[in-house]
Design a protein around this ligand. Sequence first.
Ligand SMILES: [Zn+2]
Length: 113
Amino acid sequence: MHELSLMENVVGILRTSAAENKIKKISRIQLVVGKLTMAVPEALQFAFEVFKEEDLFKDAALEIKEEPVQGECKECRHTFAIKDFEFLCPSCSSPQVKLVGGRELYIEFYEGD
Ligand SMILES: [Zn+2]
């Protein structure tokens, strides 16, 4: 399962960071997930349940922010959200569009004490 290995990464980062900051319990995690990662938020939530057996994550609420696929026009530098994989600049109709967002998966912030 794709999402389980993604969550394993996230949880690993949180464990290290929490240890460094002497955090015993995490209460809130905000995760940013680009649409191009193909990770399903529900499946990420489900995968996270596996780690809730650990004290560190027992009371943690996982919030997932989905980041749209973003394109940047090479002609006019306009950036926009790409829908349905339509790679056309809405401003000048150029097909010269490069992907600038949607592949990310990172922890925006977490809270705990
Ligand atoms: Zn353009």
